[in-house]
Design a binder for this molecule. Structure first.
Ligand SMILES: [Zn+2]
Length: 180
């Protein structure tokens, strides 16, 4: 794994074989990277809202269809080429992460309840064809860990905050849920 501050977000590039199967995706997807979106304050930051409410941050695992593509770059803009797994983050009093970091340990224990829709990338090129899966269970981060994100700087030495795309209307798309 390689962790970078690319000036817009914190991105972890993955080189291992992290495969995502099942969940109705219809193909095997491989995770190429995960990254975060966060707000300046806890009243905003996520790109998806739950019950009309934003969360302070959101994590995205970007995966691509391994049967058709060899990388995220090849799959961009292709129908179903990319599938993004979204996890809302909530603030919790104390969260310990000790190395070696295991992706599984960063995710909510239960991933059986989720929403799905056909959407787009939320950063340029904002291309369509992305299968979104947003989990109902959240990830926990401490206030201090969020502060570390908020203290990061871009190339112009400005703090990286509010790096989320504003909420977009559904535009008649169907939002699916696998739970009641
Ligand atoms: Zn994202």
């Amino acid at each position: 794994m390689t962790l970078t501050n690319n000036g817009h977000t914190v991105k972890m590039s993955l080189s291992g074989d992290y495969l995502v199967d099942g969940g109705g995706l219809g193909a095997t997807y491989r995770a190429g990277q995960f990254h975060f979106h966060w707000g300046k304050n806890n009243d905003r930051g996520s790109e998806h809202f739950m019950d009309f409410t934003p969360h302070p941050a959101e994590m995205h695992i970007v995966t691509y269809d391994t049967s058709r593509f060899g990388s995220i770059a090849e799959a961009v803009g292709e129908d179903g080429g990319l599938a993004v797994l979204g996890f809302l983050i909530e603030v919790s009093s104390s969260v310990q992460i000790s190395p070696p970091i295991n992706i599984e340990s960063l995710l909510p224990a239960s991933r059986s309840n989720f929403f799905r829709y056909d959407g787009s990338l939320t950063t340029p090129p904002c291309s369509e064809g992305v299968i979104w899966t947003n989990f109902k269970d959240t990830i926990h981060m401490s206030e201090n860990q969020l502060k570390m994100f908020r203290d990061l700087r871009d190339e112009s030495r400005h703090k990286i905050v509010d790096n989320f795309r504003p909420l977009e209307p559904l535009h008649g798309r169907t939002l699916y849920s696998n739970s009641c």
